[in-house]
Design a protein around this ligand. Structure first.
Ligand code: SF4
Ligand code: SF4
Length: 140
């Protein structure tokens, strides 16, 4: 069985800055292929070209959220510092500003968090199968 990626809880001192290594496009490859029903044998995601995401403006929620993931307790998501988690394997962990002081990043996480909550509500109503399910394939 595939080992789950290790996640760390984000506290007041956790630092993160994206290193643009695109390692996440390897990690998220399978889920993106599943969302868009694509079969590809590439090492990275089908949409990655010259270290750039070809669908940057329409990339799936999973990719927009990476490397962050909410803490989950009693089927409730929390994106608050102290609950929010970060994938330990992301090379940006420990680099750049403290997350708790990075207003721009916190605003972005907050927006994505709201979207995830809305989708979770739709899942509970049986309207979608998966919170990361996308409605249409973006034009490339
Ligand atoms: S793996 Fe982490 S550091 Fe590398 S591009 Fe993805 S988010 Fe940025
Ligand atoms: S959709 Fe874009 S960001 Fe997401 S894995 Fe593919 S290339 Fe990377």
């Amino acid at each position: 069985m595939k080992e789950r990626p290790k996640r760390l809880t984000v506290d007041n001192n956790t630092q993160w800055e994206c290193q643009k290594c695109m390692k996440c496009c390897e990690t998220n490859k399978e889920i993106v292929q599943k969302i868009f029903n694509i079969k590809s044998h590439k090492e990275h995601c089908h949409f990655l070209e010259d270290k750039t995401c070809k669908i940057e403006d329409n990339k799936p929620l999973m990719c927009r959220l990476y490397p962050f993931f909410p803490g989950i307790n009693d089927r409730k998501f929390s994106f608050a510092i102290g609950k929010l988690t970060i994938f330990a394997g992301c090379p940006g962990v420990g680099k750049g500003k403290k997350i708790s002081e990075n207003k721009e990043l916190l605003k972005k996480i907050d927006g994505t968090a709201k979207e995830l909550m809305d989708r979770f509500a739709l899942k509970l109503q049986g309207k979608i199968k998966d919170v990361f399910e996308e409605k249409k394939k973006p034009a490339t």
